[in-house]
Write a protein that binds this ligand. Structure first.
Ligand code: MN
Length: 226
């Protein structure tokens, strides 16, 4: 095999609770409008089902790292989300077997340039600049998990002030349904992460803000916007 023209990018990896091994990230899928109250705050139609978009793997921000305020936005928003980490893949996965693909769960924040997203919506343009920018996917360590998906509290505060506080049980598509739906559109594989959507209460961040998020039973994350 011939040499690469330049060194290929390093594999992005996320720590795993209680294990020395890390979780190598293949790609990041995200679910939009997966909580009814958030769909309403975004001006959505109650009949519209959730949908997918994506972020590049290197958008991940490792636990404990600061998050740089991105350029070209004046309205950076937080979206606290449960993240699913897959250890297996496939296509056309049945809901009944979907949780067998899950390695574990993490807490993530889907950072969003809301002003660019609103402009893209108005123009019918894609969301990459609004959602898939550098450092747009802070994440906690992954907690290995078997059995039913988390159902507990999901919450985010900024500088100690509550912003989002809901229950993962309120998701429109369950974790199993998300894996099933995603596998109809893409061949899933080990290393895929899925950000499962955010509840109501999204809002702006400014430099210096300390963001703290949690999903009950899964973990916490915290970062400063710099
Ligand atoms: Mn989101």
């Amino acid at each position: 095999m011939s040499a690469y023209l330049f060194d290929p990018p390093a594999v992005v990896a996320v720590p795993i609770d209680g294990q020395a091994a890390t979780f190598p990230v293949r790609r990041i899928l995200c679910v939009g409008r997966n909580y009814a109250a958030h769909r309403r705050e975004m001006g959505g139609d109650d009949r519209d089902p959730p949908f997918f978009f994506a972020k590049p793997a290197d958008a991940i921000v490792a636990p404990g790292s600061d998050v740089a305020y991105p350029p070209r936005t004046a309205n950076l928003h937080h979206e606290i989300e449960l993240v699913v980490a897959l250890k297996a893949g496939g296509k056309d996965i049945a809901v009944a077997g979907a949780l067998d693909l899950v390695f574990g769960y993490a807490v993530g924040v889907d950072m969003t340039r809301r002003d660019l997203q609103n402009a893209a919506k108005d123009k019918g343009q894609p969301w990459e600049a609004a959602k898939g920018f550098d450092a747009s996917a802070p994440i906690s360590a992954i907690r290995p998990w078997t059995g039913p998906a988390p159902q507990g509290r999901i919450a985010l505060s900024v500088n100690g002030q509550p912003r989002q506080d809901a229950s993962v049980a309120d998701m429109i598509w369950s974790v199993a349904e998300i894996v099933c739906e995603a596998s109809k559109l893409w061949t899933l594989a080990p290393g895929d992460l899925i950000y499962t959507g955010t509840p109501e209460g999204v809002g702006p961040l400014v430099r210096g803000d300390v963001v703290a998020g949690e999903v009950e039973g899964v973990g916490q994350l915290s970062f400063t916007v710099v």
